[in-house]
Design a binder for this molecule. Structure first.
Ligand code: IMP
Length: 491
């Protein structure tokens, strides 16, 4: 298995006195790269899976022996019973949805008691946050979960003499005060709006149900800010799971079309409550069919501005997969010479619709130039590339190969300024790969990608099933690189 821990490989490290470590896994594009699938494959190698940012704006669907479940706030490792789960202080928690997720899992027979810890300092999403976010969601295309207003209030601390930066620990420590403070802020908001506001009844119901929600969450709250650090000191191996992705970071991303939390890997140690000295490795996840939801720049978008406008309108009218299926036959669109049509076909054929919202995602070519920048900025050690099998659809298009954005200095006079058509991938090599054999065409593709992005590929996804993730020998390469670096340093 790739990425096997190098400092320790057993669950009994604590008894040998060795300290543990943390790896940070982040998406390298605009979210929805299939991080949960990679975490599912890597989870056996870790003792704790931890979240450090975001909240119910994230979403991952997991197929389990008990059926399909869409999780938003719980870390992806829930179905690995050996792993403890931690939700750090950098997260913005929607308590209603979190309680619902926990109960849903309970109904499936997955008990989280003793496994799940939630930092008492995590920010609490309040009804007025949700209302504010929904009201202003169209400008950026937010998910309407109240995440932005919640983080804004965390920084604001006090508004109109009322404390607005409530933490989940406040709710549990003094429920009556917390609920009345939330009610006050919400009522002031309604009054400022002239006495009416959409969702008033819904928000009142949320407040009424808070005591029951608090009862469910109480047993999971962790007041000790050193909980994770102490565990790692004792030998625990942690995998941090980034929500959203690096290009949506609140500072680093393309303003203002970003999420409101820090998504960059370094933030794992702030929002995940772990001493940074335990960092071992940064793992990136990307996908070969790139997607973006919401507005903002997307250099490799198929159909450019038309695609952006179309997906924005679809989000407003709630049009999703069903409507597209009624209107189009994707196999016909694939044969079009218009990149917008090809993007629509790829969305339909590869299921690129929002997990939480059902919104059609904007679709783009694999962008190696962009990946190279991100990998360099965050010193990403290795990359998993999902949906490589989906590239075969391009072979049926007028491109007659796989179009990719590549660094400009890699090109010598191609027709389009920064797009290269990669001819070498074949249907046969993809189906062979799925069976575990990488032929020379697939190896050539892997080498090509690695050369342009400047990092080794640790694995490629060749299908939605667990078994279709082909792991590569990236960590052997990493070891070799580390060894040669050490030699150079000592020379
Ligand atoms: P917010 O995070 O709801 O404030 O939304 C801000 C931007 O981040 C919007 O463009 C969202 O579509 C995007 N976003 C938030 N969460 C995710 C995610 O999990 N995947 C992809 N995009 C996301």
């Amino acid at each position: 298995m790739t990425l096997a821990p190098t400092r320790s490989s057993s669950h009994h490290v604590a008894s040998h006195g060795a300290e543990g470590f943390a790896d940070v896994l982040v998406g390298l594009q605009y979210g929805d790269e299939g991080k949960a699938k990679i975490i599912d494959a890597l989870a056996p190698e870790y003792d704790v899976i931890a979240r450090f940012n975001g909240g119910a704006n994230a979403g991952h669907t997991i197929d389990t022996p008990h059926g399909r479940i869409a999780l938003k706030q719980l870390p992806s490792g829930v179905f690995h019973p050996h792993a403890a789960l931690y939700i750090g202080s950098g997260c913005a928690i929607n308590p209603w949805k979190l309680a619902e997720e926990i109960e849903q899992l309970n109904d499936m027979g997955v008990c989280l008691e003793g496994r799940l810890r939630i930092s008492a300092r995590a920010a609490l999403v309040q009804p007025h946050h949700i209302a504010l976010d929904r009201r202003g969601s169209a400008t950026i295309g937010t998910t309407g979960n109240g995440i932005g207003p919640c983080y804004a209030d965390r920084a604001l601390r006090v508004r109109n003499d009322t404390r607005v930066n409530l933490m989940i620990g406040d709710l549990l420590e003094n429920e009556a005060t917390a609920v009345s403070s939330m009610r006050d802020v919400f009522t002031r908001m309604i009054n400022a709006d002239g006495g009416t506001l959409p969702w008033m009844a819904e928000m009142s119901d949320l407040l009424l149900s808070l005591p029951a929600v608090a009862r469910t969450l109480r047993r999971y709250i962790e007041p000790d800010r050193s909980w994770l650090t102490v565990r790692v000191k004792q030998g625990a191996r942690v995998l941090f799971e980034g929500a959203q992705s690096v290009l949506l970071d609140v500072v680093d991303g393309s303003q203002p079309y970003v999420t409101s939390s820090h998504t960059v890997p370094a933030y794992a140690y702030v929002g995940g409550d772990l001493a940074a000295k335990y960092h071992r490795r940064t793992i990136g996840v990307a996908k070969a069919i790139v997607s973006r939801v919401g507005r903002g720049p997307f250099p490799s978008e198929l159909g450019g501005d038309r695609s952006a406008a179309y997906c924005h309108d679809a989000a407003q009218t709630q049009a999703g997969a069903a409507q597209e299926r009624e209107q189009h036959v994707p196999e016909d669109l694939l044969r079009s010479t218009d990149p917008f049509d090809i993007g629509t076909a790829l969305r339909m054929l590869t299921g690129e619709y929002g997990t939480g919202t059902g919104r059609p995602r904007r679709i783009g070519m694999l962008d190696l130039a962009q990946l190279r920048e991100v990998i360099r900025a965050h010193a990403v050690d290795c990359v998993y590339l999902n949906k490589v099998d989906c590239l075969s659809y391009y072979l049926q298009t007028a491109y007659q190969g796989v179009p990719m954005r590549v660094p400009r200095d890699a090109l010598s006079g191609e027709a389009m300024p920064d797009v290269l058509i990669y001819p070498g991938l074949t249907e046969r090599s993809i189906s062979l790969g799925r069976g575990g054999t990488l032929d020379s065409a697939m190896n050539g593709f892997v080498d090509f990608v690695e050369r342009y992005i400047g990092a080794p590929l640790a694995g490629i996804g060749l299908g939605p099933e667990r078994a279709s993730l082909v792991t590569l020998a990236a960590h052997e390469k990493l070891r070799a690189t580390n060894a040669s670096k050490a030699e150079t340093t000592h020379a």
